[in-house]
Design a binder for this molecule. Structure first.
Ligand SMILES: Nc1nc2c(c(=O)[nH]1)N[C@H]1C(S)=C(S)[C@@H](COP(=O)(O)OP(=O)(O)OC[C@H]3O[C@@H](n4cnc5c(=O)[nH]c(N)nc54)[C@H](O)[C@@H]3O)O[C@H]1N2
Ligand SMILES: Nc1nc2c(c(=O)[nH]1)N[C@H]1C(S)=C(S)[C@@H](COP(=O)(O)OP(=O)(O)OC[C@H]3O[C@@H](n4cnc5c(=O)[nH]c(N)nc54)[C@H](O)[C@@H]3O)O[C@H]1N2
Ligand code: SF4
Ligand SMILES: [Mo]
Length: 704
């Protein structure tokens, strides 16, 4: 028997709708062809190579049973779930009784479904009373979150993808959209091609596939985005292309900002950014001549030691020109992971709570305590440990129970050698993943088999706030369980039975959406039953019209979530890179992504078509630098930083700015020798968002 199932792609934050062909033989379901779902509003039937091939790796190399070892030098032994739960509960209780509950940490993921996220928050922040839940989104989206919160008073990307098809100018900064958000890029590109007046500007030190398609590419020096934005603002101000009514009625702090941007004449800015002055003027002219401007960004801005300030200075440009809350306008953060957005909504970072609430806000804590039926002051007023702070806690011994789920930090965390040492110091690491082995399994005491996409039911929210229902349509492999079920069972065994009395994920979802009521991300009108019919964009409060599912942007009334409802300008100068190039390490290394591979390759490394596309990681280097060091394409090059080293094959190319190098992040120690990019990177982070500067570290090179 064969069937067609609708779901969402489990890779990137574009959130493409998929139709998966399944066939059932002897009650065993196998996954067949995967196609785009034409009825999905976000993707309209399109998919990229990752979505199209996802079925091929779902059942390969899976972890089937819980495995345990007393210490990292021993072999794993199979144990039962009962034994695994006992070990977790015993260690949690031991840590609570000895060093206290803040010795317990979870490190989760934007690849959780919202239901997984929600149950983990309830267990950690509510029942246990520690905010030590952070996610890989700390390395990914946290600057976007704090940028929106700072400027608008709440998180939430205000745009919808339809704005891409109604703009006069798309301003893409620090995003290789063509490779990393391909279907969003296709929508924009098709519209751009059809409409001569529409401009596309790309700001990126590399000439990426995205930059190739642009009318104007600004290959700025890494880390000079704030200078560029302040420089554009300087010109707009000088030309009088600002919206004084909008500024007066709907914003604060413009006068201070005006003072700051005086310091940014074009000749100075062009020099700092390393671009021709004429190109800077062209970029500002596009803003000037366009009534509708949409900006898009991802890791080139977020992964920065001044990530929040970068995003807020970009938002400044929208505030001064009144390009927000209107069709074809707005500052649009592209989320990386399939459910990074759901994680934000459910409170899945160490400083936030479900429903876009903040740990530091006493009213927010009280509301959540009440909704959870917990005694007053159950939720700690202190933000928990961020991704990197938890690693530091393992180093010092402050963390004695470390639970990792749906992320592979032994590839993706900064300063990998230090990360590995810290993990070796961990008395108890639980690692919950679908695949085995992965690099992180080598550092775990207990590994738990997770059911993954296609094997568990839940929801995910994409970059434009569209929530899609993802049903289970095949059996978990071995004894794999949904993440939320594992968290709930641990909660029950810790004595919190009444808080985790859920029979299925639909019930979890019903409780979760009730916590969003009257919040900026109100989705209290959603349920699994409703979402089974079609994906729906939030806000979607109880009683919302079910026919009005898509195409709504935020802030159409220009009322923001700050106390006086006004958006806030920020007036700042750049502090530059945390680790600038210097005589010993004269290059800036930037680490990012390739079109075909997904992160640490647990799925895409097992797909023949994708491996053929990208057989190995290459080091991109400019011909001028290559010549100076006697390097030719194909030569092996040793890269060193203060923290570690790597050896990569060179690709000499003009697609990268001189004195800047690029390597992909994907190849951990299981997939290559000396190809761990993050052994070079550093953990220095934005002071507001605590997001590490994964996009830039100082390195030296030599022929290997
Ligand atoms: N194929 C593929 N797609 C993916 C993923 C994947 O693994 N593979 N992962 C998903 C996830 S989780 C994420 S977060 C997104 C990431 O999506 P992107 O952010 O688009 O991807 P990156 O390659 O990490 O970085 C984007 C660009 O930032 C540029 N950059 C570096 N430094 C600076 C700077 O100082 N200023 C500016 N303006 N630009 C700079 C880099 O040159 C790079 O081209 O992709 C998502 N989509
Ligand atoms: N230098 C540098 N470092 C970076 C970045 C960069 O640009 N430069 N990008 C950063 C960013 S933005 C991100 S998002 C991270 C990504 O880094 P990671 O999160 O480490 O990467 P993934 O390979 O996506 O890891 C997800 C894991 O979850 C497993 N998995 C999949 N589905 C499920 C499930 O349903 N349940 C469970 N329990 N497991 C599941 C997969 O097998 C995989 O092992 O890397 C960060 N690190
Ligand atoms: S663009 Fe993203 S969501 Fe769409 S198919 Fe590709 S990886 Fe999946
Ligand atoms: Mo990400």
């Amino acid at each position: 028997m064969s069937e067609k199932v609708k779901t969402v792609c489990p890779y990137c934050g574009v959130g493409c709708g998929l139709e998966v062909m399944t066939s059932t033989d002897d009650e065993k379901v196998s996954i067949g062809k995967v196609m785009g779902d034409r009825t999905h509003p976000s993707s309209q039937g399109k998919v990229c190579v990752k979505g199209a091939t996802v079925g091929e790796a779902i059942k390969k190399s899976r972890l089937e049973y819980p495995l345990w070892r007393e210490s990292l030098d021993q072999e794993f032994q199979r144990i039962s779930w009962d034994e695994a739960y006992d070990k977790i509960v015993n260690q949690i209780n031991k840590v609570r009784d000895t060093i206290g509950v803040d010795g317990i940490c979870m490190y989760g993921s934007g690849q959780f479904q919202t239901e997984d996220y929600y149950i983990a928050q309830k267990l950690f922040k509510g029942c246990l009373g520690t905010n030590n839940f952070d996610a890989n989104s700390r390395l990914c989206m946290s600057s976007a979150v704090s940028g929106y919160v700072g400027s608008f008073g709440a998180d939430g990307p205000p745009c919808t993808y339809t704005d891409l098809e109604n703009t006069d100018c798309a301003f893409l900064v620090g995003t290789n959209t063509a490779d990393c958000h391909p279907i969003v890029f296709n929508r924009l590109r098709a519209y751009h091609k059809k409409n001569d007046h529409v401009k596309m500007v790309v700001v990126d030190p590399r000439r990426t596939a995205t930059a190739e398609a642009a009318d104007l590419h600004l290959p700025i020096r890494p880390g000079t985005d704030i200078d560029l934005f302040n420089g554009i603002a300087h010109l707009l101000q000088k030309w009088g292309k600002i919206d004084p009514d909008f500024i007066a009625q709907y914003t604060d702090n413009f006068a201070h900002y005006q003072e700051i941007i005086k310091d940014y004449p074009p000749e100075k800015v062009a020099h700092i950014c390393g671009i021709p002055e004429a190109d800077l003027v062209s970029a500002a002219t596009y803003w000037e001549q366009s009534n509708r401007v949409i900006s898009m960004w991802s890791m080139g801005l977020n992964q920065s030691s001044e990530g929040t300030a970068k995003i807020r200075t970009l938002i400044n440009l929208h505030l001064m020109t009144g390009t927000i809350g209107k069709e074809g306008c707005g500052p649009f953060s592209l989320t990386g992971q399939p459910n990074a957005m759901g994680g934000r909504e459910a409170g899945g970072l160490a400083h936030i709570l479900p429903g876009y609430r903040l740990v530091h806000n006493p009213e927010h804590r009280a509301e959540v305590e009440q909704l959870w039926n917990l005694p007053q002051n159950s939720i700690s007023p202190e933000a928990g440990k961020t991704a990197w702070e938890a690693i530091m806690g393992l180093e010092t011994g402050e963390v004695q129970f470390y639970w990792v789920a749906a992320t592979n930090p032994v590839v993706s965390m900064p300063d990998l050698e230090r990360t590995k040492k810290a993990l070796q110091n961990s008395p108890f690491t639980v690692y919950q993943d679908a695949y085995f082995p992965t690099e992180t399994a080598y550092y775990a005491h207990l590994v738990l088999p997770a059911a993954q996409w296609s094997e568990k039911t839940g929801t995910m929210t994409n970059s434009e706030r569209v929530v899609t229902y993802c049903p289970s349509f095949s059996e978990p492999v071995g004894e794999g369980k949904a993440d939320w079920e594992i968290f709930a069972e641990v909660g029950r065994r810790l004595g919190f039975e009444e808080y985790f009395a859920f029979e299925n994920s639909a019930q979890v979802y019903d409780e979760y959406v009730s916590l969003t009521k009257n919040r900026p991300c109100d989705m209290s009108g959603l349920s699994h039953d409703l979402l089974k019919q079609a994906p729906i964009q939030w806000p979607f409060p109880e009683g919302a019209n079910p026919d009005d599912k898509y195409g709504r942007r935020l802030y159409t009334d220009f009322k923001f979530h700050t106390p006086n409802q006004k958006a806030q300008f920020i007036a700042v100068h750049s502090r530059g890179l945390a680790e600038p190039p210097n005589p010993d390490y004269p290059f800036v290394l930037t680490i990012g992504r390739l079109y075909g591979h997904w992160h640490t390759m647990t799925r895409t490394g097992r797909i023949a078509k994708i491996n053929k596309m990208h057989p190995e990681p290459l080091l991109e280097i400019h011909p001028k630098d290559a010549h100076q060091y006697g390097i030719e394409s194909g030569d092996m090059v040793a890269i060193t930083s203060l923290r570690g080293k790597g050896i990569f094959k060179a690709l000499v190319t003009r697609a990268i700015a001189p004195r800047t190098l690029f390597v992909p992040m994907h190849w951990g120690f299981l997939w290559g020798e000396n190809t761990e990019a993050n052994s070079l990177s550093h953990p220095m982070a934005c002071p507001v968002s605590k997001q590490p500067e994964l996009k830039a570290c100082a390195v030296n090179i030599a022929r290997a």
